[in-house]
Design a protein around this ligand. Structure first.
Ligand SMILES: *Cc1c(COP(=O)(O)O)cnc(C)c1O
Length: 404
């Protein structure tokens, strides 16, 4: 598959990204499940609601004993997710932050974490809270600055947490560089990448040396804004075994029904992502030339500081865009209230377009000083571009901007 098929060079003027995985679509539709392995061979997997499973003799069961430790529907989803990252193992959790919590639970008191400074608000809050309650100290570092990163590594470091592109300023972190520096420093440090923004369709961090990939499936992977779920994928057996133990012990697992919904969404991930990308790139180009806009953040634009790196490590960008509105006459509040196709709402990655103000909404919990340093100002708007008609999205943004 090349750039044309993933929607990047539609007009012949889009950037050239890393080639996409040519077998992705087939894996999204077929991997993790063979109908004939199941009674009655249903082509669509069954939802196994039972919490318990009859045993043939004490402790002799047919693969499942209690649904917290393992569930047939969940297992199909976990196997499918792993295959899309070309990974060996997948584990799902009741939310993206539950997935992160389980990764943090692999650490011990006294361990040190290095976390990208610009991360999902809830991830930052979780690492800050952990510092207090579990004596796990987190340093928030700009991982686009390799020298700063090297200085932050120490004997107690056990986890490096990357998010790329970042939320909400869409900085791009060099996964291969951070992973190789980390592992050269110590083999005992896990490199985790939160891949929520791009999904395995556009970026597969394990191929760049990461140990684990974390997802909020709530966003693009489920894509229909109706399920809260998270996942961790890895090819390391030691990590998988520990996570399976924690998944069972902590018990933050999703319901079989939700697993079914996410599985159903996975079947069209490769159809949805190129359209998110195409719509978002068109909107980014439109905003770049709008007189009420001072700056647009999108890794596919040559003006983006890590544009070349983005092209090198991902095969496209999703529906996320940031932009700064020129101050004046009640904006950006007026702009946000005047939108008609876009909803003013938190979250991202659904088929519907959303707009929000990170400063007072998703990133209100980021300390004020850090927020200012990161560029999360009162004029920064975040858009999640959905799958509506691109012309209608552009028209809507135009009329709302002109109302400012
Ligand atoms: C939403 C989000 C999370 C948290 O996921 P939940 O499913 O809401 O718990 C983590 N990382 C990123 C990048 C997100 O966008």
């Amino acid at each position: 598959m090349n750039g044309t098929q993933n929607g990047t060079t539609e007009n012949g003027d889009g950037p050239t990204w890393l080639p996409a995985d040519s077998s992705f679509a087939t894996k999204a539709i077929h991997s993790g499940y063979k109908p004939k392995d199941h009674t009655f061979a249903p082509v669509v997997p069954a939802i196994s609601l039972s919490t318990t499973f009859e045993q043939d003799a004490p402790s002799q069961h047919r693969g499942f004993d209690y649904t917290r430790s393992g569930n047939p529907t969940r297992q199909i989803l976990e196997a499918t997710l792993a295959s899309l990252d070309n990974a060996k193992y997948g584990s799902v959790f009741s939310s993206g932050l539950a997935a992160t919590t389980n990764v943090i639970a692999m650490l011990n008191s006294g361990d040190h974490v290095i976390c990208m400074d610009d991360v999902y608000g809830g991830t930052g809050r979780l690492f800050r809270q952990m510092a207090k309650t579990a004596n796990i100290v987190t340093d928030f570092v700009d991982l686009t600055d390799v020298e700063k990163f090297k200085k932050a590594l120490n004997e107690k470091t056990r986890l490096v947490w990357i998010e790329t592109p970042t939320n909400p300023t869409l900085k791009v972190v060099d996964i291969a560089t951070i992973a190789s520096l980390t592992h050269a420093f110590s083999q005992n440090i896990m490199v985790a990448v939160d891949n929520t923004f791009l999904t395995s369709f556009f970026q597969r961090p394990l191929e760049f040396g990461a140990d684990i990939v974390v997802y909020s499936l709530t966003k693009f992977v489920n894509g229909h804004s109706d399920v809260l779920m998270g996942a961790v994928v890895t090819s390391r057996e030691d990590i998988h075994e520990r996570l399976a133990f924690l998944q069972k012990s902590i018990g933050a697992v999703p319901s079989p029904f939700d697993c079914y919904l996410v599985l159903r969404s996975l079947r069209t991930l490769h159809v949805r992502m190129p359209l998110h990308m195409k719509n978002a790139f068109s909107v980014a180009k439109f905003l770049s030339s709008h007189p009420r806009v001072s700056k647009v953040l999108h890794p596919g634009l040559p003006s983006h500081p890590q544009h070349q790196l983005a092209l090198k490590q991902s095969s496209g960008h999703s529906g996320l865009i940031g932009f700064y509105i020129k101050p004046g006459s009640g904006c950006p509040t007026k702009f946000l209230q005047n939108l008609k196709v876009f909803s003013l709402a938190e979250s991202l990655g659904g088929y519907e377009s959303l707009a929000e103000l990170p400063f007072s909404m998703t990133h209100a919990s980021v300390p004020a000083e850090l927020r200012a340093q990161l560029g999360i100002t009162e004029t920064l708007v975040r858009l999640s571009i959905g799958l509506e008609s691109m012309e209608d999205l552009v028209k809507d943004l135009d009329q709302a901007l002109n109302a400012c």
